[in-house]
Design a protein. Structure first.
Length: 221
């Protein structure tokens, strides 16, 4: 009886993470179709811009981490830990910043609204809920947190260089033409503070929350 319960626990973890990854893939497919059908810029430019959004990159990281856990619930390794933390922190910041700052600036309808809800609401909730319910935990340390900061910093640097060259910025609060570099620096510091709080929360949760470890079947007797 104990063995059956443990097998079901692992299966639930795999099912949840697989569904989370598929949710991201479905939204990306729909968004890609919308990119081809709408817009004034050249199609390749539209896709470069789509992939330049912190939201889309966060969702891609969630999908990569979720699919890896669906295949191996006890997944571990130094670079996987960084991927997992980046996915959790990135998608959490995506949800918080969008609902508090960016949502009021959006007027979406139809399939664009559907992908918006998936990217900014459903995937953040699914990723965090999956981490709370299934873990795996004891995967975070100071080195993991330090390396996880590399991606947001690289994204910011890329965004500023890309914006300088093209004149396009993915978010209003990071638009240098509106706020200047001083204003963008202040806005970036505010977002960095949110990132730091989220990283600290997941670090502490990883260390102190109970459970969340995939269980192995009892050895045969």
């Amino acid at each position: 009886m104990v063995t059956v319960r443990r097998a079901r626990s692992v299966s639930a973890s795999q099912l949840w993470n697989g569904a989370t990854g598929l949710l991201v893939v479905a939204a990306l497919i729909v968004q890609s179709v919308l990119n081809v059908r709408t817009g004034t810029a050249a199609v390749p430019t539209r896709f470069v811009r789509m992939l330049s959004f912190f939201t889309v990159e966060s969702n891609l990281l969630v999908a990569a981490a979720a699919f890896s856990l669906a295949l191996a619930p006890a997944r571990n390794g130094p670079w996987w830990r960084v991927l997992r933390l980046d996915a959790l922190v990135g998608i959490s910041v995506t949800g918080v910043v969008y609902t508090t700052v960016l949502r009021v600036q959006q007027q979406l309808h139809g399939w664009a609204l559907v992908t918006d809800v998936i990217f900014h609401y459903l995937v953040p909730l699914a990723a965090v809920a999956g981490w709370l319910a299934f873990g795996p935990r004891r995967r975070c340390d100071a080195r993991t947190v330090a390396w996880a900061l590399a991606w947001p910093v690289a994204w910011l640097a890329y965004t500023l260089v890309h914006g300088y060259v093209s004149g396009w910025y993915p978010y209003p609060f990071i638009d240098v033409t509106r706020h200047g570099y001083g204003g963008v620096a202040l806005n970036s510091l505010a977002v960095t503070a949110v990132l730091a709080v989220m990283a600290a929360a997941f670090w502490l949760g990883d260390a102190y929350l109970p459970g969340g470890r995939p269980r192995r079947p009892a050895p045969a007797r």
